[in-house]
Ligand binder design. Structure first.
Ligand code: PMM
Length: 276
């Protein structure tokens, strides 16, 4: 039976992004074919990834949805190749894709809709006894960045995640198999993302389960740094968010550059040990 405990304790761990997609915003097309994706994933594992997150549908703002068959065709061969050597999660909102990925060896389902997109998702995860990452998103990828609005973004995202935790456990997913994620960049302005990161300690305390933060290379970093669409320049901001997230209670960070995150976390751990 899956539990997050051994994965997230003693310290924060790194989830490496493996996008088997032609159009993800940050690495679109680079690993779209099976063999390059597997090779890339092995590199992330060697660099210190604790989980490899394999996705076959881009969730970048404005992205068009992909059918389940195509998503399965993209992710299953990659998961089959990696499952014997790594802990693999599948990044999908479709129960059929999750089921195929679990058959191929995935042990975690990472759903950016937290089980809202597909009514069969939570039951599929519960029946398989695998881990579940549920993320907050306002709207859906195609339109989510048009005009995101909240009264109190921290309170609303926290309450939404708490209700998704209830839905997951009601469907039969064990509480200790659930991780939650405030969904940086998913239906959020720069100010919303900053407010959520600034309140991370509170969110972690309020939810009472491990929290994942995925800020890697997201556009708010380009906006804050004044570097716009230059993705390489966002790596510095990504490292800053990794350090911030880990220092403020995140159990896991989802990043593209695993080596950089792993190195940053190793320094934090040394500092924490001396400061303790
Ligand atoms: N971000 C993306 C995709 N999947 N899943 C979780 N749990 N959290 C995230 O922040 C998240 C995600 C988009 O980034 P990508 O296109 O670089 O994978």
């Amino acid at each position: 039976m899956f539990t997050w405990g051994p994965i997230t304790e003693p310290g924060a761990s790194v989830m490496g992004v493996v996008n088997v997609t032609p159009d993800s915003f940050s690495d679109g097309g680079r690993w779209a074919a099976t063999d390059p994706a597997i090779e890339h994933a092995r590199g992330l594992l060697a660099a210190g990834a604790r989980v490899l997150d394999v996705g076959g549908e881009s969730t970048r703002p404005g992205a068009d949805p992909v059918g389940a068959d195509e998503e399965i065709r993209r992710v299953v061969p990659v998961i089959e190749a990696l499952a014997g050597e790594a802990l693999v999660s599948v990044d999908t909102s479709k129960a059929a894709v999750a089921a195929a990925a679990i058959d191929a060896g995935a042990r975690i389902v990472n759903d950016v809709s937290a089980g809202r997109h597909d009514p069969d998702m939570l039951g599929t995860v519960a029946d398989a006894g695998v881990g579940f990452v549920g993320m907050h998103m306002q709207g859906e990828p195609r339109t989510m960045q048009r005009d995101p609005r909240y009264g109190d973004v921290v309170a609303e995202v926290t309450a939404h995640l708490a209700s998704r935790l209830d839905a997951a456990t009601a469907a039969g997913i064990r509480r200790d198999a659930v991780m939650l994620d405030p969904g940086i960049g998913f239906g959020k302005t720069v100010a919303h993302n900053l407010a959520l990161l600034a309140a991370l300690d509170h969110i972690v305390d309020a939810l009472g389960v491990p929290v994942l933060v995925g800020a890697s290379r997201k556009s708010f970093l380009g906006a804050l740094q004044g570097t716009g669409d230059d993705l390489d320049a966002r790596e510095d901001g990504t490292t800053a968010t990794t350090v911030w997230a880990v220092e403020h209670g995140a159990a896991m960070v989802r990043v593209h550059d695993v080596a950089a995150a792993h190195r940053a976390i190793s320094i934090i751990e040394r500092l924490d040990a001396v400061a303790a």
